[in-house]
Design a protein around this ligand. Structure first.
Ligand SMILES: *Cc1c(COP(=O)(O)O)cnc(C)c1O
Length: 380
């Protein structure tokens, strides 16, 4: 089955044996009647399993070329489950340019449980080798990164993780399986904030994992059930519905992302544009090889490089909405320095490139001309 068919049918065989409904019903139930103790039809209690959630989990597994999917109450709950594979004394090597909430979970919670984190640059995958030792159990990679859109060579990282038999987990939220499928090139775990592109309509918070290997899947399933941060049936239905148009939405996100990236790159008031589709992007060649297209996330800075300029731009936008989050059908604009990255001291922030005039756009699927005109009037 090709990807554009998988979004609609992947893992969805025999989804409603009772009435053959085309979409899975929302099984809004906590429990299931048993004919005799243990006599059930595969579901006993909805933390352990729910048919609507199960339909979504199978869809996610199919999209990511995995054999197993798991759905959680948020992206961070999914990451939390992965970290619970570890024990005190274990070490993790992670990208330094990381989603803020992931960094907070690693350093604010798991460090206290005796897990050691190395946050490093992975533009040169070889750098990872400098941090590998007998305690290294997990490599955590995000690509493209937020908000600087750095691209990490997953194939090169997978070579290192496989050589040392270290688990490799990839946060695939920004790219989606439409653009890249890390399990197919050697990753062990793929994670998504389904809140973003998979759900795609800014109406649900959810996280998912996809894995290939059975032993790893059953340990993660144990953690999902034991810790209990599961996705609800209504939300599972919404994300499954979103996934059915993932390929259509991503195609337009990429087209509009290209139009916006190139427009900004030509604009006299714009200084730097961070979009991997530009030949001037430092990781353009890796992006071209690794991703099917370049996505709809674009960051940029202005030449005046002032906070007041950035604020005035954001306040003038009419089609783009000033808001946190990304990946929905509507275009959003954010100001990392005062929003997502405000907790990082200014000096540290600026080392990462998160200067006061940096704007991050999640380019939606509206009409291209309307989006460009909105940016033009807000920059003017
Ligand atoms: C939003 C996001 C998360 C966290 O997901 P939630 O659903 O908000 O818990 C993790 N990684 C990335 C890249 C994200 O954008």
């Amino acid at each position: 089955m090709k990807f554009n068919t998988k979004t609609i049918h992947g893992g969805q065989e025999n989804i409603d044996p009772a009435y053959n409904s085309v979409m899975p019903p929302i099984y809004q139930t906590s429990t299931y009647a048993q004919s005799t103790p243990g006599g059930h039809k595969g579901f006993e209690y909805s933390r352990s399993g729910n048919p609507t959630r199960s339909a979504l989990e199978k869809s996610v597994a199919s999209l990511e070329n995995g054999n197993y999917g798991l759905a959680f109450g948020s992206g961070l709950a999914a990451i939390d489950a992965v970290l619970k594979l570890l024990k005190p004394g274990d070490e993790v090597i992670s990208t330094s340019d990381l989603y803020g909430g992931t960094y907070r979970l690693f350093t604010g919670i798991f460090e206290d449980f005796g897990i050691k984190f190395h946050f490093i640059g992975m533009s040169e995958a070889k750098n990872i080798e400098n941090y590998v030792n007998d305690h290294t159990k997990l490599i955590w990679v995000e690509t493209p990164t937020n908000p600087m859109m750095n691209i990490i060579d997953l194939e090169a990282v997978a070579k290192i993780s496989n050589k040392h038999e270290i688990l490799l987990a990839v946060d695939n939220t920004f790219a989606t399986p439409y653009l890249q499928q890390p399990l197919a090139i050697g990753a062990d775990i793929v994670m998504h904030s389904a809140t973003k592109y998979l759900g795609g309509h800014s109406d649900v918070v959810m996280g998912v994992l996809a894995v290939k290997e059975e032993a790893l899947a059953s340990r993660l399933y144990f953690i999902q059930n034991a810790s209990g941060a599961v996705a609800g049936p209504q939300d599972s239905f919404l994300v499954l519905r979103g996934i059915k148009t993932l390929h259509l939405r991503m195609q337009r996100h990429c087209e509009n992302g290209k139009a916006v990236g190139e427009f900004l790159n030509r604009h006299p008031k714009v200084d730097k544009v961070y979009w991997p589709g530009l030949p001037s992007h430092p990781n353009h060649e890796i992006a071209k090889r690794q991703m099917k297209d370049f996505g709809g996330m674009v960051s940029f800075t202005t030449k005046d490089n002032s906070l007041s300029g950035a604020i005035s731009f954001l306040e003038k936008l009419k089609v783009f909405t000033l808001a946190e989050s990304l990946g929905g059908v509507e275009s959003l604009a954010g100001h990392p320095a005062s929003m997502t990255h405000a907790s990082i001291p200014k000096e540290e922030r600026e080392k990462l490139g998160v200067v006061d005039s940096l704007i991050r756009l999640s380019v939606g699927v509206e009409d291209e001309q309307d989006l460009l005109e909105d940016l033009k009037q807000a920059l003017g």
